[in-house]
Write a protein that binds this ligand. Structure first.
Ligand code: ZN
Ligand code: ZN
Ligand code: ZN
Length: 485
C-alpha cells in the first residue's frame, strides 16, 4: 500500500489533530498508525518533522507512542530496543521534543495497552493532544543518560480512549440482562439521562442462531477452503481463523446441521452468538443507542438483527395497523465495501456469488426485538449488514447479521445505515423502525386515506407488555450510577 501511495498523510506530517481520527480510536497493528499518518515511525517512539521540512528550520515532534505522562526519550538502545548501552543525545526525536516544548506545539499521544482480543496481545489507542511542559536528563537504570519529558493533556478533549477501556471493564460487572438469557452474553442497560425504561418492556426476540438447514459438508474436523461449504461460498471460507469476515458477499453460507464438522468450525461463526458484550444506553439526545463494552475488531461479528419475520402480505397488513417494521431489502449493500482491495489490486473483483435470494420479507420488532433494534442510523456507519444462511438451501429469510466496519473501541456508539430516506439522527428513543414506519404511514395516508376501522377489527398496537417487576431494580441501580461523559 505504501508503494501504491495509499498511505495517507505521508510526507506532510501534520502537526496536531488528524482529519478523520477521533480520540479513542483503536489500532491493532502499529503499521496502521503509519498508514494513516498518526505516527509515521515503524519502530521509533517519537515521530517528528525534520529540521529540513520544518518552517522554523528546527525539528518539531508530531506524535509519540508511550504509556506514561513522564515520557523517556529514544535512542541509546540496541536493535532489540531492550538494553541501554550509551547515553541518549539531544538530537533527532529528543531534540524535536525539546523544540515542541519551546514553541508550545501540541503532540499526539498514542498509548499501547495489553489486549487479549488482539492477535499481537496489544492495541494502540489514540489519547489526544498533549503539551510538553518540562524536559530534563537523568541517569537511567543502566547508568546511561536518559532524556525525560513531562506531558500534560490539553483540556476540553473527549475522554481518553484508554480511560474508556477501563470504564467499560467496570460496566461489564452489571448483572442486568435485558435479553432475558436469549443471547449468549448479557445485554446491559444504562440510563443516566432520564427515567425511561422502555427496553425492559419488550419481549426479547431470540436471535436465530440455531443451524436448522438442509445440505452440508462431510468434514470431520475444521472446515477449510475447498470443502463443500467453502465451494458453496464461491471457493473460500468466508471467515478467517480469528473470526473475521474476509470479504462481504451477497450471502454467506455457514455450515448447518447437516454438516459433520464440529460446533467449533470457523464456518459457524455467527451461530455461536455474541462475541462482545453490548449495552443499550440512553443518549444525550434522549434516544436509545447501542455501544460495546469491549473492543470490537474490524470485520468481527457484532449481533443478529432479530424480530418476527413476516411475509410481504403479512407486513402489508401490519404496516397499516401501527407496528414497527424493518425491511431487509432497504439496507444498502455496504457489504460490497468490506474486503474491497481494488485500490491496491485493480484486477480485484468483488464476490458476486452466492447470489442473494429475493428479500421479500420484513421484520416486525413491535413486541419482540433484540439489541440490534436500538442501533441508530448513520450515513457513515461503523457496522454493516451481511445476510447469512445456515446449510446449503436457499433460505426465504436469511439471517440479518451485523459486522463491524472498523475497529470499534468500548463505549463508542454503534451505527448502521438503514438506507434511503432514513433520518440521520433518531430521536425520542424510538426504535429506528418506527421512523420508517411513520414515513410509510404518511405515504399511505396521503395516497389512500383509510378509515380508522379499515384493515382489521382487532388491530395490533405497538404498546408493549408491562415490565417484570424483578428487572426494575437493576435498572434503577443503573440509572443512579455516575455519568459516563
Ligand atoms: Zn466443511
Ligand atoms: Zn464447518
Ligand atoms: Zn459445512
Amino acid at each position: 500500500m505504501m508503494q501504491k501511495g495509499l498511505w495517507i498523510n505521508r510526507g506532510k506530517q501534520i502537526v496536531g489533530p488528524l482529519p478523520g481520527v477521533l480520540v479513542g480510536d483503536v489500532f491493532f497493528f502499529r503499521v496502521e498508525l503509519c498508514m494513516i499518518g498518526l505516527h509515521g515511525q515503524v519502530q521509533a517512539g517519537i515521530d517528528y518533522l525534520p529540521a529540513g521540512r520544518s518552517p522554523s528550520g528546527e525539528p518539531i515532534a508530531t506524535s509519540i507512542i508511550g504509556d506514561t505522562i513522564i515520557y523517556s526519550g529514544h535512542g541509546g538502545r540496541g536493535r532489540n530496543g531492550q538494553k541501554q548501552f550509551h547515553d541518549q543525545k539531544p538530537a533527532g526525536g529528543n531534540l524535536a521534543m525539546e523544540k515542541s516544548m519551546a514553541y508550545g506545539v501540541e503532540v499526539r499521544v498514542i498509548r499501547g495497552l495489553k489486549c487479549d482480543q488482539s492477535p499481537s496481545g496489544k492495541v494502540y489507542v489514540y489519547d489526544g493532544l498533549y503539551k510538553i511542559t518540562d524536559c530534563w536528563a537523568e541517569a537511567g537504570k543502566s547508568g546511561f543518560v536518559v532524556s525525560k519529558f513531562r506531558l500534560l493533556r490539553i483540556e476540553n478533549q473527549p475522554k481518553m480512549g484508554s480511560a474508556a477501556i477501563k470504564l467499560a471493564e467496570e460496566l461489564k460487572s452489571d448483572i442486568l440482562d435485558i435479553s432475558g438469557g436469549t443471547e449468549n452474553l448479557p445485554i446491559s442497560l444504562f440510563n443516566d439521562v432520564d427515567g425511561d425504561d422502555s427496553p425492559l418492556r419488550f419481549n426479547a426476540a431470540s436471535a436465530g442462531y440455531d443451524s436448522a438447514a438442509v445440505g452440508g459438508c462431510r468434514c470431520e474436523c475444521e472446515c477449510s477452503d475447498g470443502c463443500d461449504c467453502a465451494v458453496r461460498n464461491g471457493g473460500e471460507l468466508p471467515y478467517d481463523a480469528s473470526g473475521v469476515l474476509l470479504r462481504g458477499r451477497p450471502l454467506v453460507y455457514e455450515c448447518g446441521r447437516s454438516c459433520s464438522c464440529p460446533e467449533t468450525c470457523r464456518n459457524r461463526l455467527t451461530q455461536r452468538g455474541l462475541r462482545s458484550r453490548l449495552e443499550v444506553f440512553r443518549t444525550r439526545e434522549m434516544a436509545w443507542g447501542v455501544r460495546p463494552l469491549e473492543l470490537i475488531r474490524a470485520g468481527a461479528f457484532v449481533c443478529e438483527f432479530s424480530g418476527v419475520g413476516l411475509t410481504k402480505r403479512q407486513s402489508d397488513w401490519l404496516s397499516m395497523t401501527g407496528d414497527n417494521m424493518i425491511y431487509p431489502n432497504q439496507f444498502p449493500p455496504r457489504w460490497v465495501e468490506w474486503g474491497d482491495i481494488s485500490r491496491v489490486c485493480p484486477q480485484y473483483l468483488p464476490p458476486v456469488a452466492p447470489s442473494l435470494p429475493l428479500l421479500d420479507f420484513s421484520m416486525d420488532v413491535s413486541t419482540y426485538r433484540n439489541v440490534a433494534c436500538y442501533l441508530r442510523h448513520s450515513r457513515s456507519p461503523n457496522v454493516f449488514m451481511q445476510f447469512v444462511a445456515y446449510g446449503h438451501c436457499v433460505p426465504p429469510h436469511p439471517h440479518l447479521m451485523i459486522f463491524a466496519r472498523e475497529s470499534i473501541p468500548p463505549l463508542r456508539e454503534l451505527s448502521i445505515d438503514y438506507g434511503m430516506g432514513h433520518p440521520e439522527i433518531m430521536s425520542q428513543g424510538e426504535c429506528p423502525a418506527k421512523d420508517k414506519h411513520r414515513q410509510r404511514q404518511r405515504e399511505f395516508s396521503e395516497s389512500s386515506r383509510p378509515t380508522p376501522t379499515s384493515g382489521s377489527s382487532t388491530p395490533r398496537t405497538a404498546e408493549p407488555s408491562p415490565p417484570q417487576s424483578s428487572t426494575i431494580g437493576p435498572l434503577l441501580r443503573a440509572i443512579t450510577r455516575s455519568p459516563l461523559t
